[in-house]
Design a protein around this ligand. Structure first.
Ligand code: CTP
Length: 215
């Protein structure tokens, strides 16, 4: 299969040296890309700014802002069978993005923000037979929030994690998640490496694709 994966944070510049961003090392998305290649798939990885090398045999597209990530996803989606939105996309950007460095004496005390597009919502009309997997990193009401996002964004699976747990995510090589589906009970998984979790997600995509071919 051809699988499109997003990873890492986005950056929303205030001026050329300052930005708003989200906490994300990119490790989860890169591990999914590696796992997909290991299972014989063709992978395109759209990544925000991260300090990670490109896994072998992965086609990598680097982006910075949410709008650049949206443009890349829109462009690449038609050539892919599945989309895994693992990126921590910034929901807002500064309304004014200065081309020149702002002197601290001229820095406004309040930065006005405007909303960024929701990438999954934007590409939902192009889903057709494609399989969409999303992520939800939460501190509260994990199940409720994951189910809301699963339905609102039209996903086949959402990977939810409680980021208050010490071993559950940021910068680590392991993750502890709950898989939430539209049509069956949530599946809590034990602590596992991000590579192994990536393998599970790719296996889900393979099985889902197989089922839709036989139906
Ligand atoms: N996502 C997206 N575009 C955005 C924000 C998020 O496509 N602008 C995707 C993420 O990649 C993830 C899923 O949507 O797969 C859920 O992201 P999350 O940040 O948890 O949810 P939000 O929609 O931002 O909701 P909230 O801020 O209410 O938690």
């Amino acid at each position: 299969m051809k699988i499109l994966i997003t990873a890492g944070p986005t950056r929303e510049y205030i001026d050329p040296v300052r930005f708003l961003s989200n906490r994300s090392s990119g490790k989860m998305g890169f591990a999914i890309a590696e796992a997909a290649v290991a299972r014989g798939h063709e992978v395109t990885l759209i990544s925000g700014p991260v300090l990670l090398g490109t896994p072998p045999e992965v086609t990598r597209i680097d982006v910075e802002s949410a709008e650049e990530m949206l443009a890349a996803v829109r462009r690449e989606l038609s050539g892919n069978d599945a989309l895994v939105m693992c990126a921590a996309v910034s929901d807002f950007r500064p309304r004014i993005q200065a081309c020149h460095k702002l002197k601290k004496s001229a820095m406004p005390p309040v930065i006005e923000l405007i909303g960024n597009p929701d990438i999954l919502q934007c590409v939902k009309p192009q889903k057709s037979g494609r399989i969409f997997v999303g992520f939800a990193a939460e501190t509260d009401n994990i199940h409720v929030e994951a189910e809301r996002k699963l339905h609102e964004k039209g996903l086949d699976l959402i990977v939810a994690n409680d980021i208050k747990e010490p071993d559950a995510g940021f910068e680590a090589d392991t993750n502890r998640v709950i898989l939430v589906y539209p049509d069956r009970e949530p599946e809590p998984l034990p602590l596992m490496t991000k590579f192994d979790l990536g393998g599970k997600l790719i296996e889900f995509i393979e099985l889902k694709a197989e089922k839709s071919h036989t139906n």
